[in-house]
Design a protein around this ligand. Structure first.
Ligand SMILES: NC(=O)c1ccc[n+]([C@@H]2O[C@H](COP(=O)([O-])OP(=O)(O)OC[C@H]3O[C@@H](n4cnc5c(N)ncnc54)[C@H](O)[C@@H]3O)[C@@H](O)[C@H]2O)c1
Length: 248
């Protein structure tokens, strides 16, 4: 019960890493708003988890939708202690000069603008309470980029810098801001990074992970729980690799 009494928002919480974070937070005693563009999946997950979970359909790239999400969480829980910016998308592997403007804008808005929009909606609430934790789900792609995912990689590098600058500015207000950098993980998004899901491409990705396996939603739930709990009360501004050694 390391998150007992805490209330959280997890964006992209209906699938993959976000779902792993939602489940861990609930297991550790938090109440969680599962915020996802796939409202049906969010509702199904919340229904399966009982009273501590609430679903909210949101597009993290849209200001009015993010504001409604913040209001829904405050209405449901009275406060927001933990915000996990997990929703993210990628363009398919492609030479950087061949990615369409439409795909670039989608990656830019969902992976980057969302961090600004959720901060604008929730940092004032956290400042008033002199308390809060923000966790950004970035990527090893922002530290050690692979070719052909250029604009996705750059969005995650931006997220890591945003984490550090938010941390230094918000520390005096009692708000901690950290990131996790997952390595390739067993989620529906993995196929989009690989382009194609074949044994050969899987082996190529795996060969770069010293621990020898893909990451899992449970790995991200465990890391997120630690960084969002009071056990990490002296930790802010880190972008922690959860990557089986890939970035060494
Ligand atoms: N899977 C990996 O290999 C990997 C590696 C490193 C980092 N990441 C990052 O982890 C995060 C989660 O990815 P995942 O692999 O679990 O993907 P996923 O596709 O399984 O889950 C992403 C969730 O976000 C939701 N979502 C997408 N756009 C949204 C929007 N505009 N508003 C609200 N919700 C939206 C989707 O509906 C989905 O439920 C992403 O930020 C991703 O970049 C993933």
């Amino acid at each position: 019960m390391r998150l007992a009494g805490k209330s959280a928002i997890v964006t992209g919480g209906a699938s993959g890493f976000g779902k792993g974070i939602v489940e861990k937070f609930l297991d550790e005693g938090a109440r969680v708003l599962i915020a996802d563009i796939n409202g049906t999946a969010a509702e199904e997950l919340a229904a399966a988890k009982g009273e501590a979970a609430v679903a909210q359909q949101v597009d993290v790239a849209e200001a009015s939708s993010v504001e409604a999400m913040a209001e829904a969480a405050i209405q449901a829980f009275g406060q927001v202690d933990l915000l996990v910016n997990n929703a993210g998308v990628t363009h398919l592997p492609s030479p950087l000069d061949e990615v369409s403007e439409e795909d670039f804008d989608r990656v830019f808005n969902v992976n980057m603008k969302s961090v600004y929009l959720t901060a604008r909606a929730l940092v004032p609430h956290m400042k008033t309470r002199q308390s809060g934790v923000i966790l950004n789900v970035a990527s090893t792609a922002g530290v050690s980029p692979r070719p052909n995912l250029n604009w996705y990689n750059a969005s995650k590098g931006w997220m890591i810098t945003a984490t550090k600058t938010m941390a230094v500015e918000l520390a005096p207000k009692g708000i901690r801001v950290n990131a996790i950098n997952p390595v390739a993980g067993e989620t529906p998004l993995l196929k989009s990074f690989m382009g194609e899901d074949t044994p050969e491409i899987r082996a190529k990705f795996l060969s770069t992970i010293p621990i020898g396996r893909f990451s899992t939603p449970e790995d991200m739930g465990n890391a997120a729980c630690f960084l969002c709990s009071d056990e990490a009360s002296m930790i802010t501004g880190v972008a922690m690799e959860v990557d089986g050694g890939r970035c060494i």
